[in-house]
Design a protein around this ligand. Structure first.
Ligand code: SF4
Length: 374
């Protein structure tokens, strides 16, 4: 099984914390960009020949800015040139301000069966400094609108660890999210990315960065409340009700093959990783001149070992020790560090799968880095 990721590089606003690839001045070339994405899908079909496509994911940027006709053309191209399984998971990332009965009905007509909605917060002041294009009213009303228009698999994004966010405010945010009746919640700890407005405010001391202790306490509260509400914590930042885990993202984390089309999109093929240029004009130029602008790397056994470890450890399934050792035989130092974390009760091993314990979940990336082979 394989997946296709389509990056739609347009946004209405530049959010203050975001370093994804997008442009806010896209209107003059939106149609041309979609034509190039379609062209790329057609030219790259051989790279994933004979592998049924199980998941299609529109990410960005803001895919909910596509017109119905543009979405239709992209999906028709995939169905025409790829072998798609009978009931693929088709996810569209949408912002609350783009959600209306008409827009959701148009997405359903085009086979979209899962929405990932960028709510981020239910606090008007927070949405303001984030420079989001939506308000709290839209955050609250978009879910029932989407449900009534035919989407029964909805994920929302929330961000915690924000400057000045107290534990009490975060608890209120979680409670509001739980009342919405969604099947999936992705909750990300704020990271301060270089070259963002947020990074510059923090540098100029206009905003206080949150402490690690506050972020850890908010993460702990999140785990407790979502677990009590019946959500399965299946990846560090992802929680799902039974039968609603994201198939697309789970395939990434299990190391399945995928192709990514559109500017900045990444592709992965076990031994090989490639990424398109993160520049809209150069991306379109490359496609039009039949000389795509992308870069790639062949993955060494060390790269593959470390990557499997990093993504696997973040999931509830963990990382399989036999699979790791089939890539390369780790050093004695790896075994020592592993034993150390097992004794500390931050890791466990069940049926050859190394998993994080509840205590270890707060340190997932550090543990993985310590276990990396060089
Ligand atoms: S809408 Fe999403 S992708 Fe666009 S700037 Fe905001 S956070 Fe980034």
């Amino acid at each position: 099984m394989a997946g296709i990721y389509i990056h739609i590089p347009f946004c209405k606003n530049k959010c203050s914390y975001c370093d994804f690839h997008f442009s806010t001045s896209y209107h003059s070339y939106q149609e041309k960009m979609v034509a190039c994405i379609i062209e790329e899908l057609i030219t790259r079909k051989e790279t994933i020949a004979n592998q049924p496509i199980e998941t299609i994911y529109f990410g960005g940027g803001t895919p909910s800015l596509l017109t119905e006709n543009e979405l239709k053309k992209i999906i028709e191209t995939i169905y025409k040139h790829y072998e798609v399984t009978p009931q693929p998971e088709i996810t569209l990332e949408a912002n609350p301000d783009d959600i209306s009965t008409q827009s959701v009905e148009s997405w359903v007509r085009q086979k979209v069966n899962r929405l990932s909605i960028g709510l981020q917060s239910f606090d008007e002041k927070v949405l303001d400094w984030m420079n989001r294009a939506h308000n709290v009213q839209q955050s609250l009303s978009c879910i029932p609108i989407a449900q009534q228009a035919g989407i029964q698999n909805i994920s929302i994004d929330l961000i915690y660890g924000l400057p000045d966010l107290t534990l009490e405010q975060w608890e209120k945010e979680i409670d509001t999210a739980l009342h919405l009746g969604v099947q999936h919640i992705s909750a990300y700890c704020l990271t301060i990315e270089e070259k963002t407005a947020l990074a510059s405010w923090i540098k100029k001391k206009k905003i206080n960065p949150p402490s690690n202790e506050q972020q850890a306490a908010q993460f702990q509260l999140l785990q407790q409340k979502l677990k009590a509400a019946g959500f399965d914590h299946y990846e560090i930042s992802n929680f799902a009700l039974p039968n609603f885990i994201s198939k697309h993202n789970s395939n990434y984390w299990r190391g399945e093959k995928y192709i990514g089309v559109g500017p900045s999109a990444h592709s992965y093929d076990f031994n090989y990783r490639s990424w398109n240029i993160a520049n809209n004009a150069k991306y379109m130029q490359g496609i039009e001149h039949k000389s795509p602008n992308f870069d790639f790397e062949l993955l060494s056994p060390e790269n593959r070992f470390n990557e499997l470890l990093l993504v696997g450890l973040r999931t509830k399934w963990g990382v399989n020790l036999t699979q790791l050792k089939a890539i390369l035989n780790p050093s004695i130092e790896f075994e020592q560090i592993l034993q150390n974390y097992l004794q500390k009760n931050w890791l466990t091993i069940q049926d050859q799968n190394i998993c994080l314990t509840e205590a270890g979940k707060a340190w997932a990336d550090k543990i993985a880095e310590d276990l990396f082979v060089l």
